[in-house]
Design a protein around this ligand. Structure first.
Ligand code: GLN
Length: 358
């Protein structure tokens, strides 16, 4: 490993080669700065080994000095001027947000984040980019618009999905449902899967991608949601997935699905009112609430499912945190067996899965 003396010699040579007038002095300045050691004390630490990170930083300074043809003191001066400049610029950008009641703390965070990202990318951002970032910050900070809608995407099960206000933002709990469905279908040669209320298409497409020999049909009543799902199908190249318009199973003709899965709207009206403001303002109510204490779609789907399932086919639901018993009962009433309620990581009831074996 290279020690301090080696690096010092190497730096000195470098500066000499580029005709710096005081090569030894410049080398000492750079190294003492990076190692936070008084220049005069460098001589007491000649043997000290340098870690990679220290060597990289020293090299970076030296290269900058050579490029700019300036001494180390000058470089430091310019650097600190530059970082204040960025801070001032960013301050300007978020100044207008003050009136938008962004709290002092948030404001500081925004500023830091912005400064860090710009420094990180090591480039100047253009005026129009600045405007765009500023508009996004207003959307998120002032208008409480969910980040995913502002950015236009969310990740789900390792895939990227386009989202806008016509669909729910996919929730990570729903990934558990997808995981269970994959387990259930793993041993079936060419599983046929129906996803009811497909929304952005996250369940259909994730299943289609992971189970490459499957055929997945996603249905939704919302044309806008279907448009989003179709876009996501193309983006993710999910050729074995198809989306059609249907009110629950009314327009579904196929009768031999191995699995029917659904994350239907399940929030009772009285719980809807107290949801987070950003959900109320931006996510589609149609995809969230259901009559009959939120149980309406579980009833409808469970009643119809037997007409569309093979013997030993599965019905898998996502449910609200306290709907386990109620949904289990609905499935029992309709001759499903092995009905199990599963919990999410927050220990909330989150899924009910049963088997149809008539
Ligand atoms: N199936 C979609 C999802 O899980 C949509 C669910 C819904 O709109 N209720 O995100």
């Amino acid at each position: 490993m290279k020690n301090l003396l080696d690096i010092l010699r190497w730096s000195e040579e470098y500066f000499k080669k580029y005709s710096f007038s005081k090569p030894r002095l410049e080398a000492e300045k750079v190294i003492s700065h990076v190692l936070s050691i008084d220049r005069i004390l460098l001589y007491a630490e000649y043997d000290r080994p340098l870690i990679d990170d220290e060597r990289v930083r020293i090299k970076k300074y030296i290269l900058q000095m050579i490029k700019k043809k300036i001494g180390f003191d000058q470089l430091l001066k310019e650097e600190s001027a530059e970082s204040t400049e960025i801070k001032v610029e960013n301050n300007e950008m978020i100044k207008g947000l003050d009136s938008n009641k962004i709290k002092k703390n948030n404001r500081k965070e925004f500023l830091e984040l912005l400064t860090k990202s710009i420094v990180y990318f090591e480039r100047k951002i253009t005026g129009s980019e600045k405007k765009e970032i500023r508009e996004m910050l207003v959307e998120i900070g002032k208008n409480k618009r969910p980040l995913q809608y502002v950015l236009g995407f969310e990740e789900f099960y390792g895939y990227k999905f386009y989202v806008d206000e016509s669909v729910l933002i996919p929730r990570s709990e729903t990934e558990l449902l997808v995981e269970k469905c994959i387990e259930l279908m793993e041993d079936i040669e060419e599983p046929k899967i129906l996803d009811i209320g497909s929304g952005s298409g996250v369940i259909s497409i994730s299943l289609g991608k992971k189970l490459s020999k499957s055929v997945v049909l996603g249905v939704d009543i919302s044309e806008k949601a279907l448009a989003v799902a179709k876009k996501n199908k193309v983006e993710n190249d999910a050729t074995n997935v198809k989306f059609i318009k249907s009110d629950v199973m009314k327009s579904v003709e196929y009768k031999k699905f191995n699995l029917i899965v659904s994350n239907p709207p399940y929030i009772p009206d009285y719980e809807y009112e107290v949801l987070e403001e950003k959900v109320l303002r931006y996510e589609p109510k149609l995809a969230l609430t259901a009559p009959n204490n939120g149980l309406y779609f579980y009833e409808e789907i469970t009643k119809e499912a037997p007409n569309h399932l093979v013997k030993n086919g599965y019905l898998a639901f996502e449910i609200g945190y306290n709907q386990g018993e109620a949904v289990k009962k609905i499935m029992e009433k309709n001759d499903f067996l092995n009905i199990t309620v599963y919990y999410d990581y927050a220990e909330h009831e989150r899924m009910v899965i049963g088997k149809f074996n008539r």
